[in-house]
Design a protein around this ligand. Structure first.
Ligand SMILES: O=C(O)CCC(=O)C(=O)O
Ligand SMILES: [Fe+2]
Length: 330
């Protein structure tokens, strides 16, 4: 078996070193910077400078930001690079989709995160560092082999049932590994792998592009109309949550947003992909984004938009509205 695949299955991650051309990464970085500046401006205007208890939108001085579609970030197709696709096609035992086309930004003053798994379910995160990262500016710490139930278990895509307490207990017996990375590198991480963000003690932000691939069982999704309705509710939750500074409301809103996009198998419905961009995409890149909304309507026909999927999403929206209301009144 190829060593990248073998390593990923055994260790729960793979570090591809000096893989991407540095000029490409520097161009992606420039686009990212413009977009992030704009994001901070909009965030401060929208929430009137109240950056909440987190000082950011995700965790203490940490930001998550979805990436724009009208951009080299999509058209370059870095996420569907051959070496990456080779691993993805081998480790998923079903079809998969690039659901979250995003970024993780550890700003100066970010702290150690709680040790966590991103989920109990198998999925894969691709990270592309836009600057070199190490112990000073917040490289991610991982606990190799913890994607498996025990370190000698055979790799499967099965869900594990570790609770937050069990994860912390398990990590306490192990030695973490700081995943230092350089411009041009990429990392692939099993979402079940135990890890944490670490402090950024430098004075510059530490941006990683992040693409999260989730398994897909059926080529079916809710209608764009239902998805848009869910995203409007998400937006309303954020508008209500952030100004209060209440972390429970903010976390609820963020989790609901991820649920909508997860059930849609794409975060590209409010960020449709124009024909100018899709015309530049390879077959693999179009596969990754096939659940997106495209200006080129022929690309929207690959996915069946069913009543059943829409109804399932409608139900989740209704539950969330009442849960959010109850949480607000606590
Ligand atoms: O950005 C990082 O270093 C890790 C962030 C992370 O694990 C998370 O936010 O879930
Ligand atoms: Fe994480």
């Amino acid at each position: 078996m190829k060593s990248s695949i073998d390593h990923f299955k055994k260790e729960g991650y793979y570090h591809g070193q000096s893989h991407f051309n540095k000029t490409l990464i520097s161009e992606l970085h420039s686009e990212f910077n413009l977009h992030f500046e704009d994001k901070i401006k909009r965030f401060n205007e929208r929430f009137k400078g109240n950056r909440t208890n987190y000082g950011a939108n995700h965790d203490i001085n940490r930001w998550n930001m979805l990436l724009p579609s009208e951009s080299l970030l999509v058209s370059s197709g870095f996420y569907a690079d051959q070496a990456i696709m080779e691993v993805l096609k081998e480790v998923f035992n079903t079809d998969f989709s690039l659901v979250f086309f995003s970024s993780d930004i550890a700003a100066p003053g970010s702290k150690f995160q709680q040790i966590h798994q991103d989920g109990n379910d198998f999925a894969v995160a691709l990270n592309i560092p836009l600057i070199d990262s190490d112990e000073i500016n917040g490289a991610t710490q991982i606990y190799p082999k913890t994607h498996l139930i025990t370190e000698n278990s055979v790799f499967t895509n099965d869900t594990n049932e570790f609770s937050d307490e069990e994860i912390i207990e398990r990590a306490a017996q192990l030695t973490p590994y700081t995943l230092n990375v350089s411009i041009g590198d990429f990392t692939l991480r099993d979402l079940r792998l135990i890890h944490r963000g670490t402090p950024n003690n430098s004075d510059a932000i530490r941006p990683y592009l992040s693409a999260i691939f989730l398994p897909v069982e059926k080529e079916e999704a809710p209608t764009f109309e239902t998805i848009e309705k869910g995203l409007e509710v998400f937006n309303q939750f954020k508008l209500e949550a952030f100004p209060t500074g209440r972390v429970d409301l903010i976390d609820y809103a963020n989790t609901f947003g991820r649920l909508i996009m997860g059930m849609s198998c794409s975060d590209r419905v409010q960020r449709p992909i124009s024909k100018k961009i899709s015309d530049q995409l390879s077959e693999d890149a179009l596969y990754c984004f096939r659940f997106a909304k495209f200006e080129d309507s022929s690309l929207n026909n690959k996915i069946i938009r069913t009543q059943e999927s829409s109804q399932a999403l409608e139900n989740e929206i209704a539950i969330a509205i009442s849960e959010f209301e109850a949480l607000k009144n606590l």
